[in-house]
Design a protein around this ligand. Sequence first.
Ligand code: SF4
Length: 205
Amino acid sequence: MKKDFTILYPAHENIYVNVTNRCPFNCTFCLRQSMDSVYGNEKSLWLTKEPSVEEVIDAFKQRDISSYKEIVFCGFGEPTERLYDIFEICDYLKQNYDKPIRINTNGMANLIWNKDTTKDFKNRIDIVSVSLNHPDKNKYQKLVRSKFGIKTHEAMLEFVKEVKKYVSKVVLTTVDTTLSKEEEKLCQKICDELQVEYRIRPYEE
Ligand code: SF4
């Protein structure tokens, strides 16, 4: 285990924000099962404590982010576990930087918070990237092992349908090499029906 943890880490020309290790899923493919970090980052993404809103903002103040393309909430956990802290951080970021803000999520915000959270994404998050993982709800649940059970897949798609009203872009993703071409076609169909982008991404992204 690496000694120090990291709040901000660079990857793919973007700056990533690691705010929690909590997650309602236990995905069979989760990188956390075998790694302390990703993208050659020196420090661990396992947090000895969750950083406060102020600590995250301080981390931004200490770093020159002008060269990064996007600010991305994505770490070793599901960021929407801290959705309202993230919104506070976004309010600061929007006031101080002219950068698109993305969140990489499993789409569980409304189940985690037991309410419709999507309106509050407006003017804070620009891009929502949701892991679709699988077109079939049963196979999906076998992969992600959500604590919310079999209703998870439908809830994730419902979240996508709602949140797209409030952000400029929603992307649904699957990982290359995990699905057959037929299954990818079904994913594309789901995305077409929801009128969102479908992206097949490499495993470690
Ligand atoms: S949703 Fe992400 S963080 Fe949570 S278990 Fe799955 S891969 Fe890991």
